[in-house]
Design a protein around this ligand. Sequence first.
Ligand SMILES: C[C@@H](C(=O)O)C(=O)SCCNC(=O)CCNC(=O)[C@H](O)C(C)(C)COP(=O)(O)OP(=O)(O)OC[C@H]1O[C@@H](n2cnc3c(N)ncnc32)[C@H](O)[C@@H]1OP(=O)(O)O
Ligand SMILES: [Co+2]
Length: 134
Amino acid sequence: MIGRLNHVAIAVPDLTAAAEQYRNALGASVGAPQDEPDHGVTVVFIELPNTKIELLYPLGEDSPINGFLEKNPSGGIHHICYEVDDIISARDHLLATGARVLGSGEPRIGAHGKPVLFLHPKDFNGCLVELEQV
Ligand SMILES: C[C@@H](C(=O)O)C(=O)SCCNC(=O)CCNC(=O)[C@H](O)C(C)(C)COP(=O)(O)OP(=O)(O)OC[C@H]1O[C@@H](n2cnc3c(N)ncnc32)[C@H](O)[C@@H]1OP(=O)(O)O
Ligand SMILES: [Co+2]
């Protein structure tokens, strides 16, 4: 059911410093910061030849990454995003296996303009999973 790795997201305490480090120290192709108010984050995408890295920084009071950054003040890997062809059938299959879909359970439009869903980290070996329909 899952296809390619779309991105690995890293929550960071300083978005400008992290973007500069990927650009200058790691020599990566780093995009511009993008506010995602519906998701409570500002993101910077880093394009690698085979996948992307999503740097995440909280946006607004109720950011879903606030708790994570409180527990991990120097940042850390926050989620991993897999591509699926059909997000509704993927969701329904996952629900039937007992996995918890976060939020309302309905896909929302993510940073690439495509529908996304999140699965509870406690159901996936401590790893928050994002699914993106491509
Ligand atoms: C723009 C878009 C895109 O790419 O298109 C994005 O990615 S938006 C990316 C940001 N959006 C999201 O993350 C949306 C989905 N996330 C959420 O709904 C939330 O972040 C939760 C995953 C439910 C966690 O919420 P919160 O931290 O408030 O809950 P909590 O403190 O009760 O945490 C419950 C337990 O899960 C753990 N926990 C929390 N966040 C975690 C993470 N990212 N990875 C692994 N474990 C995690 C906590 O340590 C805790 O474990 P213990 O009980 O053992 O201490
Ligand atoms: Co993401």
